[in-house]
Design a protein around this ligand. Structure first.
Ligand SMILES: [Zn+2]
Length: 118
């Protein structure tokens, strides 16, 4: 595991997320400023706001995880699963450097949050 490389990736991701959110906020401001012509425009504009909001909250959640991962690098707990304490697989960390769970615990959490409905 090349921690300096992962740290660079995390910092890059942090910058990208901040830029995306700033752009999203600017778009929302622009659409809010635009004269709403008629009902269809109103619907379109509120749908746009809704999807911008969802995108921003998704980006926000990832940003929190990225910053937590940078903190873990600083305090030396990076790469350890927050649930079982085991070392997280290198391939998984290279793919998702901000993950705080091993694959096993992540899939258990996913099942908990998104139970399969047969
Ligand atoms: Zn685990």
């Amino acid at each position: 595991m090349n921690i300096n490389e992962l740290k660079k990736q995390l910092q890059l991701k942090e910058q990208q997320l901040l830029a995306d959110m700033a752009r999203g906020a600017a778009d929302t401001r622009k659409s809010r400023g635009a004269e709403v012509q008629d009902h269809t425009d109103q619907v379109a504009s509120s749908e746009m706001k809704e999807s911008a909001f969802q995108e921003n909250s998704y980006d926000w959640n990832i940003l929190i995880e990225v910053r937590d991962a940078l903190l873990r690098i600083e305090n030396g707990t990076f790469g350890k699963c927050a649930a079982c304490g085991q070392q997280i697989d290198d391939d998984r960390l290279n793919a998702i450097p901000w993950t705080s769970y091993c694959l096993n615990d992540q899939s258990q959490r996913d099942h908990k949050w998104f139970p399969k409905t047969d």
